[in-house]
Design a protein around this ligand. Structure first.
Ligand SMILES: *Cc1c(COP(=O)(O)O)cnc(C)c1O
Length: 364
């Protein structure tokens, strides 16, 4: 059977010419085994807020009979608007920020001029550009993995997108530099992906008051410990959001499921818990930076819930494989410039101690 499938792939079918072919994004591994230490996809090691648990218990299964409400008309949107001091019509909610970003690519990157993003960045951007047939150009980070703001100013591009802090490097760009880029691109939409902003960075949301071409994208997957809930959102100018909604409602009206809308709202209400888990992760990150430095790793200062580290002697690929044998999963890319780096998600203190013990053995 297997062989015949392979053979079929080789012998091109007539219709294959006409297929929209893409090389898909490859997410980090989700190992099947229990008892692994999973530091490979930047999930939060702590559970979501107890208020999310309560909301889950109070959910009425009969409600699943009905289609969900429009996300922008839900308490979740109202809470997010209040939280960010913007109008409800400035919030767009999607199935994780991947859904929001994908819709934003489709809606706002519609020029013959190329969209610009860094060469080392979230590896979904080029996939969306490819599937939507959007021309793009990557701009190399400097040797310290910094985004060079000059690359995005006065360059006649068709749009700009990057995460701040950047992934997988953890490097943060100053707010004033972001402002210069947004200001210089008034004929383009600039998307700032703030997936990791809650771990110590400065958000660019205040720029929304001055610039109508900025879209800020956030997710519940990392700092709100709800990757499985699939909730992301964008904040932007009302007009920008209307275009985004028009595109979204032309693809699939009911993207958000009822439970996610309820659980997300419960999470936003519990600010104290949110601050608590973000604080814990930042403290563990700071401790981890010291431990890793002592073990001979170098890394740029991280503003995310991960550290992007390279060892002075042992190759990243080898460390990656040896850690996996010990049931510790981190992320490694076989990609130019970063193939000697590991991206290590910050886990609990206990998990990190197990990692350091394993690294000590591997490096010895
Ligand atoms: C994790 C991540 C996302 C996507 O997260 P969702 O789970 O889809 O919300 C988007 N951008 C960056 C930079 C990320 O690291």
């Amino acid at each position: 059977m297997k062989q015949s499938v392979a053979a079929e792939r080789k012998n091109k079918m007539k219709w294959e010419e006409n297929v929209r072919k893409v090389v898909p994004y490859i997410p980090g591994e989700q190992p099947r085994e229990k008892d692994v230490i999973k530091l490979n996809t930047n999930e939060c090691p702590y559970p979501p807020s107890p208020m999310v648990e309560k909301a889950m218990e109070e959910m009425q299964y009969q409600d699943l009979r009905l289609y969900p409400e429009f996300p922008e008309k839900t308490p979740l949107a109202a809470h997010l608007a209040k939280y960010h001091h913007v109008g409800e019509e400035q919030i767009f909610i999607g199935v994780g920020s991947d859904d929001v970003l994908s819709m934003a690519f489709l809606t706002f990157f519609n020029s013959d001029r190329p969209v610009f993003f860094p060469d080392i960045t979230y590896s979904f951007y080029d996939v969306w550009a490819d599937i939507y047939r959007i021309p793009y150009e990557v701009r190399p980070l400097d040797k310290n993995f910094r985004i060079r703001k000059e690359d995005y100013i006065g360059k006649n591009c068709g749009g700009v997108i990057f995460p701040n802090p950047n992934a997988p490097t953890g490097v943060l760009m100053e707010l004033s530099d972001i402002e210069e880029i947004v200001k210089a691109n008034s004929d383009n939409v600039v998307i700032i992906d703030e997936a990791y902003i809650d771990f110590g960075g400065t958000t660019c949301l205040p720029l929304l008051e001055k610039y109508d071409n900025l879209l800020v994208v956030r997710t519940f997957s990392k700092s709100r410990a709800m990757a499985g809930g699939r909730i992301g959102y964008a904040v932007g100018n009302e007009k920008l959001l209307r275009y985004l909604n028009d595109a979204k409602y032309s693809v699939n009206s009911y993207t958000m499921n009822r439970p996610a809308l309820r659980l997300g709202a419960a999470s936003v209400k519990d600010e104290a818990y949110f601050q608590e888990i973000c604080g814990k992760i930042v403290r563990t990150r700071e401790r981890s930076e010291k431990e890793l430095a002592a073990l001979g790793f170098t890394f740029p200062a991280s503003y995310g819930n991960f550290i992007f580290a390279s060892h002075e002697k042992v190759r990243a690929q080898e460390i990656f494989e040896r850690l996996k044998e010990k049931h510790i999963y981190v992320r490694h890319w076989n990609k130019a410039r970063i193939d000697n780096y590991l991206r290590i998600t910050i886990g609990t203190d206990e998990e990190m101690d197990a990692l350091f013990a394993a690294l000590r053995e591997i490096i010895a």
